[in-house]
Design a protein around this ligand. Structure first.
Ligand SMILES: Cc1ncc(COP(=O)(O)O)c(C=O)c1O
Length: 399
């Protein structure tokens, strides 16, 4: 018992769940087993070897040769903050694209760094409009950076990262790109895009527990960090200091105690990804999405986003009129141990968010989700067509 409380304490054993929300996704047994291996020192020569492998695997995953490529010890939000605190100084202007929740967080970051955020807003459920970004760059010629979310998890929309990075470059601005939900699910081509500061998260298409944020900086971005006029407001996320630990070479200086076992897990998830092959992983996400979509449409449900802008790994499904969306999610969890996500912000109550991320992008997940949804929606009297959904999905999966 805890002093002052009568509540008994014991080991925590989580219930069995199937994770098909906006993340975390299901973590493969190999990744969990890697995490349970003995902790060693974070400056142990064996651990330094592991760090070098993680950097090389992340470079391959981001499709970049950027030397500054490493995982930040913190979740996706820490990677986001690392990009802004290293690049944005007081008085800098940053074009911030907002088409969902996470663009809004970028604006917060710019303002907390003392920067001026120029907003380019698009409706939730639609991509960032490059023409609006170009207009904003034209009216703010000194802008330091353009920041946008490649895969908006709040809506299931992909934006055209290639076009947006090219626009930033053409106007002498850096690009800051959120790939938390896109990395390993759809192509993230850092060098081909010419992207400058890119961050991600471990708990989505990498199928690793949450808590680390891979980042990569181009040489242009590194030069901007090195020529800063003001001291970085953050000690923990200051790349000038962090690189003493994560930078190349055998001499690594203590900066903070790295989350050793979390890094074992990240390494194993990257090994798994590269055993499958990155192109194969993208193709698997696309195929599982096609099967899920076929099944949902056969059930009578529709997707929020226009087909050409949909993310395969995050499906925003419109809640039919008169259906209590929270009751559906609660029943899916209770009966099937299946977690799907609710709508966020402007889409709360209007959509469910069904994730097909990493290990959760499998035929088993697709068929469980469709049959569980059909069962629960039929029981709750929702206007759905029974008996058609699995055949439609199976035709895509096995046909
Ligand atoms: C697009 C996007 N950016 C940033 C984040 C923040 O990541 P985290 O929750 O790991 O801090 C998320 C989390 O869902 C996200 O989906």
């Amino acid at each position: 018992m805890i002093a002052g409380s009568n509540a008994p304490v014991s080991s925590f054993n989580p219930p069995s769940r199937v994770l098909m929300g906006p993340g975390p996704s299901d973590v493969p047994a190999r990744v969990l087993a890697a995490m349970a291996r003995p902790t060693i020192g974070h400056l142990d020569p064996a651990f330094i070897g592991l760090m070098d492998q993680i950097k090389a695997l992340l470079q391959a995953t981001f499709r970049t040769s950027n030397a500054l490529t490493m995982p930040i010890s913190g979740p996706g939000s820490a990677g986001m903050e690392a990009c802004f605190v290293n690049l944005v100084e007081p008085g800098d202007t940053v074009i911030v694209c907002i088409n969902g929740v996470f663009g809004g967080r970028m604006k917060e970051n710019v303002e907390r760094c003392g920067g001026h955020a120029v907003l380019v807003e698009d409706a939730w459920g639609t991509p960032v409009d490059p023409a609006k970004v170009e207009a904003a760059l034209a009216t703010h010629p000194g802008a330091k950076a353009v920041a946008f979310v490649h895969a908006e998890t709040s809506t299931g929309v992909a934006s055209d990262a290639d076009a947006l990075c090219a626009l930033a470059r053409a106007h002498g601005a850096l690009s800051i790109v959120d790939t938390v939900t896109s990395l390993a699910g759809i192509p993230v081509l850092v060098d081909a895009w010419g992207a400058d500061a890119v961050y991600s998260g471990t708990q989505k298409c990498l199928s690793c527990p949450p808590g680390l944020s891979p980042v990569t900086f181009s040489d242009r971005a590194v030069a901007a960090v090195k020529t800063r006029k003001s001291k970085n407001q953050s000690w923990f996320l200051d790349f000038g200091l962090l690189l003493g630990y994560w930078g190349g070479g055998a001499k690594r200086a203590y900066h903070h105690t790295a989350p050793v076992n979390a890094l074992y897990a990240l390494h194993e998830s990257l090994v798994l990804l590269h055993e499958e092959g990155l192109d194969a992983a993208w193709a698997r996400h696309a195929k599982m999405h096609a099967a899920l979509r076929a099944g949902l449409e056969a059930l009578g449900l529709s997707l929020l986003v226009a087909p050409e802008h949909r993310l395969p790994q995050l499906n925003a499904v419109c809640v039919p009129d008169g259906v209590d969306e929270a009751a559906v999610r609660a029943r899916l969890l209770e009966r099937f141990g299946l977690e799907i996500g609710a709508g966020l912000g402007a889409l709360a109550g209007k959509v469910w968010r069904i994730g097909l991320m990493g290990a959760s992008a499998s035929p088993t997940h697709v068929t469980l989700c469709l049959s569980a949804l059909e069962s629960v929606l039929t029981e709750l009297g929702a206007p759905v067509t029974a008996g058609q959904s699995l055949p439609a999905a199976n035709a895509v999966l096995w046909g």
